[in-house]
Design a binder for this molecule. Structure first.
Ligand SMILES: [Zn+2]
Length: 372
């Protein structure tokens, strides 16, 4: 479509230029001082420009290789704070800003490009869910990226993460953090969303058809650092404050997934609690971000097919359930598709270099300044 628009604009420019350079029609009442120029013998009179043929867009080829799904947690934005006592409480579950940037660069250099998870499955009229054929530009390997727990739990603030996602005066995504000494920091360069946006600005071909990542959200302490849960006194204000951020993130191409309301162990809790948890997510998170067909199991702990909890997820409209593994699994389960994700964190950078080798080189990604 963009090509077509560009072509139309170009044609418009040419036509305008032709009209401007054409001699003005002579006014019969004013004798012309100069003789008329001889007409160009190569141009027949009254010739109208032949419209250029509209090129038929050629669809990208179907990608027939392995599609990886990787996920991150929020970044360690302030490593000096996080590692001030030697070992950071975020060390195993998170990566540092520089590590994330090196991951992106190596993924890009290795030919990966982001794909929207919602393009990877089909649902037929009977509700059967199957893998979709995914198209990608020649030479590109589609990659699904998700980010878990972008909640900025108040109990964990001050450990080196940012406090919240904000929008600046121009509507650009940034982060806000207030340190214990009262210093306030607004940054565009210390969390996944703004860093990935900058990277795609520089490398637009890292995003296939505008894809970004999928944000797997809980609800127990709100989302994005805003306390939108029902137990918060100023819930209405927090909901109003996060609305424009959700809109901005969605407009950029980010999508959302349920990560459960209370980040519970899905297999261990009762069926009643699972239903309660899923219902609360719908009331307190889906009402903010809109419906989603993607469920990301907390702790990667999945429920067995055919059980009551599984049926609960189907009843709530979930079509894709995501687990965690360093083996890539896609399993069509009838009414849903199960897929695993690779966690990219301090633990995997240290221990899964071989498994992650198709994506990037852990030995050159991993930080050597803070990690001991
Ligand atoms: Zn989680």
């Amino acid at each position: 479509m963009k090509k077509l628009l560009a072509l139309l604009c170009l044609c418009g420019l040419l036509l305008t230029a032709a009209a401007c350079s054409a001699p003005a029609p002579a006014d019969a009442s004013v004798p012309s001082a100069t003789p008329a120029l001889p007409s160009d013998p190569d141009i027949p009179p009254d010739a109208t420009p032949t419209p250029e043929p509209t090129p038929t867009p050629v669809p990208d080829p179907i990608f027939d290789g392995e599609i990886y799904h990787i996920f991150f947690h929020c970044l360690i934005a302030f490593p000096d704070i996080s590692y001030k006592n030697g070992k950071s409480p975020l060390d195993e579950d998170c990566v540092l800003v520089d590590e994330f940037k090196r991951c992106l660069q190596q993924l890009y250099d290795n030919g990966y490009a982001l794909i929207d998870i919602n393009e990877t499955f089909n649902v037929d009229a009977d509700g059967q869910v199957t893998r979709a054929q995914v198209r990608a530009p020649a030479g590109k390997k589609p990659l699904i990226l998700s980010v878990d727990d972008m909640v900025y739990d108040p109990r964990k603030l001050g450990n080196g993460m940012v406090d919240k996602i904000i929008l600046d005066d121009e509507g650009k995504i940034a982060t806000y953090t207030k340190h214990k000494d009262g210093t306030e920091v607004i940054s565009y360069d210390n969390e996944i969303i703004p860093i990935l946006e900058s990277f795609i600005d520089e490398h637009p071909d890292f995003s296939i058809r505008g894809a970004r990542g999928t944000l797997a959200l809980t609800g127990f302490a709100g989302i994005f650092g805003y306390r939108t849960d029902r137990l918060t006194e100023n819930q209405a204000e927090e909901i109003a404050a996060v609305g424009p951020i959700v809109d901005a993130v969605r407009a950029l191409g980010w999508t959302f997934a349920s990560h459960g309301y209370g980040h519970r162990h899905s297999a261990d809790i009762t069926e009643e609690l699972f239903l309660d948890d899923t219902t609360k997510w719908r009331k307190e998170v889906e009402n903010l971000v809109g419906p989603t067909q993607i469920y990301v199991y907390p702790y990667g702990q999945y429920v067995t097919t055919g059980g009551v909890k599984y049926q609960t997820m189907l009843d709530f409209g979930f079509k894709v359930m995501c687990g965690v593994s360093h083996e890539q699994v896609w399993e069509e389960q009838g009414n849903a598709l199960f897929m695993t994700r690779f966690g990219i964190d301090g633990y995997s950078l240290r221990n899964y270099g071989k498994r992650l080798a198709p994506l990037f080189d852990c030995s050159t990604v991993i930080d050597t300044t803070y990690r001991i």
